[in-house]
Design a protein around this ligand. Structure first.
Ligand code: ITT
Length: 217
Protein backbone atom coordinates (compact mmCIF):
# COMPACT_ATOMS: atom_id res chain seq x y z
CA UNK A 1 0.00 0.00 0.00
CA UNK A 2 1.39 3.42 -0.89
CA UNK A 3 2.29 5.75 1.97
CA UNK A 4 0.50 9.06 1.84
CA UNK A 5 1.26 12.51 3.18
CA UNK A 6 0.35 11.90 6.83
CA UNK A 7 3.24 11.54 9.26
CA UNK A 8 2.52 9.83 12.59
CA UNK A 9 5.05 10.00 15.40
CA UNK A 10 5.26 6.95 17.68
CA UNK A 11 5.59 8.87 20.94
CA UNK A 12 7.49 6.48 23.18
CA UNK A 13 11.00 6.20 24.52
CA UNK A 14 10.55 2.44 24.96
CA UNK A 15 12.23 0.58 22.06
CA UNK A 16 10.22 -2.58 22.77
CA UNK A 17 6.99 -0.68 22.15
CA UNK A 18 8.44 1.01 19.04
CA UNK A 19 9.23 -2.39 17.45
CA UNK A 20 5.77 -3.81 18.18
CA UNK A 21 3.88 -0.72 16.97
CA UNK A 22 6.03 -0.37 13.81
CA UNK A 23 5.39 -4.00 12.96
CA UNK A 24 1.62 -3.64 13.48
CA UNK A 25 1.29 -0.48 11.36
CA UNK A 26 3.89 -1.20 8.68
CA UNK A 27 1.40 -1.91 5.88
CA UNK A 28 -0.72 1.15 6.44
CA UNK A 29 -0.65 4.34 4.35
CA UNK A 30 1.13 6.54 6.83
CA UNK A 31 4.76 7.60 7.32
CA UNK A 32 5.85 6.40 10.76
CA UNK A 33 8.48 8.35 12.68
CA UNK A 34 9.86 7.71 16.12
CA UNK A 35 11.24 10.14 18.69
CA UNK A 36 14.83 9.32 17.64
CA UNK A 37 14.06 10.92 14.26
CA UNK A 38 13.85 14.29 16.01
CA UNK A 39 16.18 16.17 18.30
CA UNK A 40 15.83 15.62 22.06
CA UNK A 41 12.51 16.79 23.50
CA UNK A 42 11.77 17.27 27.21
CA UNK A 43 10.26 14.25 29.00
CA UNK A 44 6.52 14.20 29.71
CA UNK A 45 5.60 14.08 33.39
CA UNK A 46 3.51 10.90 33.67
CA UNK A 47 1.60 11.86 36.80
CA UNK A 48 -1.86 10.78 35.65
CA UNK A 49 -3.84 8.41 37.84
CA UNK A 50 -5.01 6.26 34.96
CA UNK A 51 -3.56 4.72 31.79
CA UNK A 52 -5.95 6.99 29.83
CA UNK A 53 -4.62 10.17 31.45
CA UNK A 54 -0.99 9.26 30.77
CA UNK A 55 -1.56 8.07 27.19
CA UNK A 56 -3.34 11.34 26.37
CA UNK A 57 -0.60 13.42 28.06
CA UNK A 58 2.16 11.68 26.08
CA UNK A 59 0.34 11.89 22.73
CA UNK A 60 -0.79 15.51 22.98
CA UNK A 61 2.50 16.73 24.48
CA UNK A 62 4.46 15.15 21.63
CA UNK A 63 2.04 16.35 18.94
CA UNK A 64 2.21 19.91 20.29
CA UNK A 65 6.00 19.99 20.59
CA UNK A 66 6.78 18.36 17.23
CA UNK A 67 3.85 19.70 15.23
CA UNK A 68 2.87 16.24 13.89
CA UNK A 69 0.06 13.85 14.86
CA UNK A 70 1.36 11.47 17.54
CA UNK A 71 0.42 8.03 18.83
CA UNK A 72 1.28 7.21 22.46
CA UNK A 73 0.80 4.03 24.47
CA UNK A 74 0.43 3.86 28.22
CA UNK A 75 0.39 0.34 29.51
CA UNK A 76 1.18 -1.79 32.52
CA UNK A 77 0.79 -5.02 34.42
CA UNK A 78 -2.13 -5.31 36.86
CA UNK A 79 -1.71 -8.11 39.42
CA UNK A 80 -4.88 -9.20 41.24
CA UNK A 81 -3.19 -10.38 44.47
CA UNK A 82 -1.22 -7.10 44.71
CA UNK A 83 -4.38 -4.95 44.57
CA UNK A 84 -3.63 -3.96 40.98
CA UNK A 85 0.06 -3.10 41.45
CA UNK A 86 2.33 -2.30 39.69
CA UNK A 87 -0.44 -0.90 37.39
CA UNK A 88 0.17 2.65 36.14
CA UNK A 89 3.49 2.59 37.99
CA UNK A 90 4.80 -0.46 36.07
CA UNK A 91 7.72 1.41 34.48
CA UNK A 92 8.91 2.72 37.87
CA UNK A 93 8.07 -0.31 40.08
CA UNK A 94 10.74 -0.79 42.75
CA UNK A 95 12.30 2.65 42.16
CA UNK A 96 14.07 4.47 39.38
CA UNK A 97 17.39 2.60 39.45
CA UNK A 98 15.97 -0.82 38.45
CA UNK A 99 16.10 -2.34 34.97
CA UNK A 100 13.49 -4.68 33.45
CA UNK A 101 15.12 -7.81 34.89
CA UNK A 102 15.37 -6.35 38.41
CA UNK A 103 11.69 -5.31 38.25
CA UNK A 104 10.70 -8.86 37.22
CA UNK A 105 12.73 -10.27 40.13
CA UNK A 106 11.10 -7.84 42.56
CA UNK A 107 7.67 -8.90 41.34
CA UNK A 108 8.49 -12.61 41.71
CA UNK A 109 9.72 -11.94 45.26
CA UNK A 110 6.47 -10.08 46.11
CA UNK A 111 4.52 -13.03 44.69
CA UNK A 112 6.43 -15.67 46.68
CA UNK A 113 3.95 -17.91 48.53
CA UNK A 114 0.96 -16.23 46.85
CA UNK A 115 -1.35 -18.75 45.22
CA UNK A 116 -3.50 -16.36 43.19
CA UNK A 117 -1.27 -15.66 40.15
CA UNK A 118 -3.97 -13.91 38.03
CA UNK A 119 -2.85 -10.76 36.22
CA UNK A 120 -3.55 -8.78 33.09
CA UNK A 121 -1.71 -6.35 30.91
CA UNK A 122 -3.60 -3.20 30.02
CA UNK A 123 -2.88 -0.89 27.11
CA UNK A 124 -4.36 2.49 26.23
CA UNK A 125 -3.35 4.13 22.96
CA UNK A 126 -4.05 7.79 22.34
CA UNK A 127 -3.75 9.44 18.92
CA UNK A 128 -3.51 13.23 19.17
CA UNK A 129 -3.11 16.09 16.72
CA UNK A 130 -1.22 19.33 17.49
CA UNK A 131 -3.38 21.65 19.58
CA UNK A 132 -6.43 19.47 19.13
CA UNK A 133 -8.40 16.55 20.50
CA UNK A 134 -7.37 12.90 20.71
CA UNK A 135 -8.79 9.45 19.96
CA UNK A 136 -8.45 6.66 22.53
CA UNK A 137 -8.34 2.87 22.13
CA UNK A 138 -7.72 0.20 24.75
CA UNK A 139 -7.46 -3.53 25.36
CA UNK A 140 -6.30 -6.04 27.96
CA UNK A 141 -4.68 -9.47 27.91
CA UNK A 142 -5.29 -11.96 30.73
CA UNK A 143 -2.61 -14.29 32.03
CA UNK A 144 -0.73 -15.54 35.09
CA UNK A 145 2.42 -14.48 36.90
CA UNK A 146 4.83 -17.37 36.48
CA UNK A 147 7.01 -18.81 39.27
CA UNK A 148 10.23 -17.92 37.45
CA UNK A 149 11.47 -15.92 34.48
CA UNK A 150 11.37 -17.72 31.11
CA UNK A 151 12.22 -16.64 27.55
CA UNK A 152 14.54 -14.06 26.02
CA UNK A 153 12.27 -12.03 23.73
CA UNK A 154 10.25 -8.87 24.26
CA UNK A 155 10.77 -6.42 27.10
CA UNK A 156 9.53 -5.37 30.53
CA UNK A 157 7.55 -8.05 32.38
CA UNK A 158 7.34 -10.43 29.39
CA UNK A 159 9.51 -13.14 31.09
CA UNK A 160 7.11 -13.40 34.08
CA UNK A 161 3.81 -13.15 32.17
CA UNK A 162 2.52 -16.62 31.28
CA UNK A 163 -0.20 -16.85 28.64
CA UNK A 164 -2.11 -20.15 29.21
CA UNK A 165 -3.74 -20.53 25.74
CA UNK A 166 -0.29 -20.75 24.08
CA UNK A 167 1.43 -22.34 27.11
CA UNK A 168 4.24 -19.78 26.83
CA UNK A 169 5.44 -16.66 28.54
CA UNK A 170 5.30 -13.48 26.44
CA UNK A 171 9.11 -13.61 26.32
CA UNK A 172 8.95 -17.07 24.70
CA UNK A 173 6.84 -15.75 21.82
CA UNK A 174 7.97 -14.25 18.53
CA UNK A 175 7.03 -10.62 17.92
CA UNK A 176 4.30 -11.79 15.53
CA UNK A 177 2.85 -14.28 18.07
CA UNK A 178 2.80 -11.67 20.83
CA UNK A 179 1.24 -9.05 18.54
CA UNK A 180 -1.64 -11.44 17.73
CA UNK A 181 -2.83 -11.71 21.33
CA UNK A 182 -1.23 -9.04 23.49
CA UNK A 183 -2.90 -5.98 25.03
CA UNK A 184 -0.96 -3.75 22.57
CA UNK A 185 -1.62 -6.04 19.60
CA UNK A 186 -5.38 -6.08 20.29
CA UNK A 187 -5.46 -2.29 20.72
CA UNK A 188 -3.56 -1.78 17.46
CA UNK A 189 -5.82 -4.29 15.65
CA UNK A 190 -8.78 -2.13 16.62
CA UNK A 191 -6.89 0.88 15.23
CA UNK A 192 -6.08 -1.06 12.03
CA UNK A 193 -9.81 -1.80 11.56
CA UNK A 194 -10.59 1.91 11.69
CA UNK A 195 -7.42 3.19 10.06
CA UNK A 196 -9.05 4.85 7.06
CA UNK A 197 -11.46 6.73 9.31
CA UNK A 198 -8.61 7.71 11.63
CA UNK A 199 -6.55 9.11 8.75
CA UNK A 200 -9.55 11.13 7.54
CA UNK A 201 -10.06 12.42 11.10
CA UNK A 202 -6.40 13.43 11.36
CA UNK A 203 -6.56 15.19 7.99
CA UNK A 204 -9.63 17.16 9.07
CA UNK A 205 -7.91 18.31 12.28
CA UNK A 206 -4.70 19.48 10.64
CA UNK A 207 -4.48 23.14 9.57
CA UNK A 208 -4.83 23.71 5.81
CA UNK A 209 -1.40 24.46 4.34
CA UNK A 210 -1.42 27.87 2.72
CA UNK A 211 0.32 28.17 -0.66
CA UNK A 212 2.31 31.28 -1.49
CA UNK A 213 3.42 32.27 -4.99
CA UNK A 214 7.03 33.37 -5.28
CA UNK A 215 7.80 36.56 -7.17
CA UNK A 216 10.77 35.64 -9.30
CA UNK A 217 11.65 38.85 -11.13
P1 ITT B 1 6.94 5.50 27.32
O1 ITT B 1 6.21 6.15 28.46
O2 ITT B 1 8.03 6.37 26.75
O3 ITT B 1 6.01 4.96 26.28
P2 ITT B 1 7.50 3.45 29.27
O4 ITT B 1 8.26 2.17 29.25
O5 ITT B 1 7.81 4.39 30.42
O6 ITT B 1 7.75 4.21 27.89
P3 ITT B 1 4.83 3.19 30.30
O7 ITT B 1 4.92 4.41 31.14
O8 ITT B 1 3.55 2.94 29.53
O9 ITT B 1 5.98 3.15 29.20
O10 ITT B 1 5.15 1.95 31.21
C1 ITT B 1 4.78 0.70 30.80
C2 ITT B 1 5.59 -0.34 31.51
O11 ITT B 1 4.75 -1.50 31.65
C3 ITT B 1 6.78 -0.76 30.66
O12 ITT B 1 7.95 -0.03 30.97
C4 ITT B 1 6.90 -2.24 30.98
O13 ITT B 1 7.63 -2.39 32.17
C5 ITT B 1 5.44 -2.64 31.24
N1 ITT B 1 4.84 -3.16 30.00
C6 ITT B 1 3.93 -2.55 29.19
N2 ITT B 1 3.66 -3.31 28.13
C7 ITT B 1 4.42 -4.41 28.24
C8 ITT B 1 4.60 -5.55 27.45
O14 ITT B 1 3.98 -5.71 26.28
N3 ITT B 1 5.45 -6.47 27.88
C9 ITT B 1 6.11 -6.33 29.04
N4 ITT B 1 6.01 -5.29 29.85
C10 ITT B 1 5.17 -4.31 29.46
Amino acid sequence: MAKDGITLVIATGNQGKVLEIQSLLKNYPVTLKCLNDFGPIPPVIEDGETFDDNAYKKASFTANILGFPALADDSGLVVEALSGAPGVHSARYGGKGLNDEARCRKLLKEMENIENRKAHFQCVVSIAVPGGPALTYEATCEGLISMEMTGQNGFGYDPVFYYPPLKKSFAQMTLEEKNQISHRGKTLHEIQDEFEKILKWIQQQLPVQEKFDCITD
